[in-house]
Design a protein around this ligand. Sequence first.
Ligand SMILES: [Zn+2]
Length: 160
Amino acid sequence: MKKEKFSTKKLEYLKKSDCFICKGQIRKEDTIFENKEFIAFLDIFPPTKGYAIVAPKKHFEDITEIPEKELQKTMLLVKKVAKAIKAAYSPRRICLAQTGGLVSHFHFHVIPMYSKDWNTSENFKRVFFKEEILKFSQAKLKKIAGKIRKNLKLKKTGSK
Ligand SMILES: [Zn+2]
């Protein structure tokens, strides 16, 4: 029997499907921030609590396509979201990733890393490469998004 890696299958599936960010298929309850230009939301398959995605609403394939000004604004929003996650759940550190391997719409992963995710390189790999995900109910995700949103509002803009 021919064998296929799971990730290859997933890649094929995502290539076939339309862009879920452009199509606005993100649940309101999972949204952390939204305006005309940007959206930040919880990843519904998170390896850690508070794992979020930040994206410009316009579809850019990768970093070479996004205009500098929009990239700067995206990064500033990434920082605000990271600070809100840190305030809400006190992870040991926030890591960032921008891969674009599966979803072609340019976005950042904002990854809260807790002490238990950090103690071995195996654990780090497990979280950073999403080898295992946490099963949160929709209600729990809604609660997490709400807590991060609340902390995002508490933060003053323009501060360090
Ligand atoms: Zn898109």
